[in-house]
Structure formats: C-alpha cells, structure tokens
Ligand binder design. Structure first.
Ligand code: ZN
Length: 335
C-alpha cells in the first residue's frame, strides 16, 4: 500500500507565521517520505541503533551554566526553549486535528498490548562489565547493552528515553492500551538486547517501539525510524514482522512529522525518515512488529535544544503514540 496510511494527514501550516522554516520543512516531507531507502548499517558494533559513539560519562560533562547565556541550546533545558513553539499548549492538550487518536479515554485500544523499550539504562555507566557481555542475536553476537549517548551539556540519552516512555505510556493508556516498559530504571543495568526483544515477544505485543536519540556529528539533525530487515539465522527470523513493522514505522514517521513539525533526518534515510537495518539484536530477535525511533541527534545543539525540552518531548511522545494508535487501529480493521 502507499506510504501514507488512512490516518496520515499532510502537515498543515498550523503554526504561527513567525516560524516559516519549520513550516517549510514540514511541507516538504510528504513528498520525501514517499521514497524508500535501505540504509546499510553504519560502522561500529553498537546495538542501540545510534550513530556515533557512546557518551562521555554524564558526570564528566560541563555544568549547564558553563555555556553562559549565549550558548545555543543551553537555555532550552525546560519547556519554553527557543524551538518549542507553544510551550504551554502542547504539554497538556491534544490537537483537535489529530486524526490518529480516538477521543481520550475512549478505550479504542482495549485489548491491545504495546511494549515501550526505553533505550539503555541510566545505570549502565556503572556496570561496564555486565553490559559489555556478549549475547547471541541469532545473526551474530553483540554487547548486552550500551551506555547510550548524551547532549554536550550532559543530558543522557537514557534519561531522555525514560521520560519519553512515561509520556507515551500515559497517552496510550488513555486509549485503553495495556502498556509495558522493558525497564523503568528499576534495575541496576540493562536489560540486555536479547531480553529486551524477549519481553516484547512474551507479552505478545501488538507493537513494540524502542526509544533512542542519536550521537552523530554537529549539523546532522532530525529523527529517523529504524525498521527490521529480513534475517533468518540462528534464533533470528524477522521475515514475518518485516511487513507489519514497516507499516508501524511509516505511521510513526508520518505522525512524528505532523505533530512535531520537524523534518526527518538529514544524514540517514535519504529524507524519508526511514532506515532498514539487519544488525540490531533488538529487532532481529523480535517476533512481533517492532521499530526503533531515533528522535534526534543529541550532539547537535539545535536538536539538543529540542530533546531537552519537556514541551518538545510531549510532542514527540504524541507523534509516536499517534503512529502506534494509527497502526493498531488499521491492523484491527484489516483482520
Ligand atoms: Zn540509543
């Protein structure tokens, strides 16, 4: 079927005229998203889907105040940062035009199980030996988990993914879904990537989304959704989930653009916001529809200003959740 699902509306210039760049970027997206790009795995053996290297230990990062008032992004750590749009509105209200969502509390997703996998764990930094242990991903062996990245000001990816997961859980539970997190900083480290996949499988999840933010170079911006490629080796067999995972990922990408107004990645995916990979254990070992979402690049100051904003995270949570809702409702009607 076509990329744009029945619930996907092209982004509308709903924002104020003082933000022409964002509107223009969003308007370009429907065309760009029609294409498909198969992205060969980037170098490195991390299994977190992130480009670039792991973060410095957050404790080693410069204090937030060191950037001074002129430091870009340094003042944007809370709602109301320069790129947040309307900070007070997005945190609590739903857009009346949001087509993917049933009315709050409608129970439209009753009986549906969604597993949210917050990438990494804030405790991974303290457990290098454990998370470096190799685990079997069917096609290969890889590290149990990684530390994740961080912004240059020291906001860790693991903290970002947990906050986003909590916001998504609230939105999806409003729709009646049963939501399970693979970790909630309630364990000292991990889980390992194989267990992360197993949690979704054993929950018989209707959809699983693994949350991340990237650690690429400055100037590399935007989100992308990572889809499982077809693999069949050892304990990995993704052939049955490639199709539905693609559908899930397309709906998430479309709704992410619509709700955040942000353009897809300018450094992977050829402008589609979609990347297919066969090297991630968290995808290879999944037997249920699953994608990774890389919400932005923590090492770019403009993206970091978004990722560290609570108001923006609420938009991101709504975009991803609307994509999941759209996928699950389409799936039900197709059965
Ligand atoms: Zn990550």
């Amino acid at each position: 079927m076509s990329y744009t699902g029945p619930d996907f509306d092209p982004p509308r210039p709903r924002r104020s005229p003082r933000r022409p760049l964002i509107v223009a970027a969003a308007a370009l997206v429907p065309g760009a998203l029609l294409g498909w790009a198969v992205y060969a795995a980037v170098g490195g053996s991390d299994d977190d889907g992130d480009n670039g290297s792991a973060a410095p230990r957050p404790s080693a990062a410069a204090p937030a105040s060191s950037g001074g008032p002129s430091s870009p992004g340094a003042s944007a750590s809370e709602p109301g940062g320069p790129d947040d749009g309307t900070p007070s509105a997005s945190a609590t209200s739903s857009s009346p035009s949001a087509p993917a969502s049933a009315p709050a509390g409608s129970g439209a997703l009753k009986g549906k199980v969604v597993v949210i996998d917050p990438g990494h764990n804030p405790g991974n930094f303290q457990h290098a030996a454990e998370i470096n242990r190799q685990v079997d991903i069917g096609t290969n062996r890889k590290e149990c988990d990684t530390t994740g990245t961080a912004t240059n000001d020291g906001y860790p990816e693991a903290k970002f993914t947990l906050d986003l997961a909590h916001r998504m859980r609230a939105l999806l539970e409003e729709q009646g879904a049963t939501v399970k997190l693979t970790q909630d900083a309630d364990r000292p480290f991990g889980p390992c990537i194989d267990e992360r996949a197993r949690i979704g499988n054993e929950a018989k999840a209707d959809a699983v989304v693994s949350l991340h933010a990237d650690g690429a170079g400055a100037g590399q911006r935007g989100f992308h959704v990572i889809l499982p490629g077809a693999v069949n080796a050892g304990g990995a067999d993704t052939r049955a989930i490639v199709g539905p995972s693609r559908e899930l990922g397309e709906r998430i990408a479309g709704n992410f653009v619509r709700v955040t107004g942000n353009a897809p990645s300018n450094y992977v995916g050829g402008g589609t916001g979609l990347v297919t990979r066969k090297d991630l254990g968290g995808l290879n070992l999944s037997t249920v529809p699953k994608v990774f979402v890389e919400c932005g690049n923590m090492r770019d100051s403009k993206d970091a200003a978004l990722l560290t904003s609570g108001a923006w995270r609420q938009k991101a949570a709504r975009g991803i959740s609307d994509g999941i809702v759209s996928f699950l409702r389409g799936q039900r009607s197709a059965r």
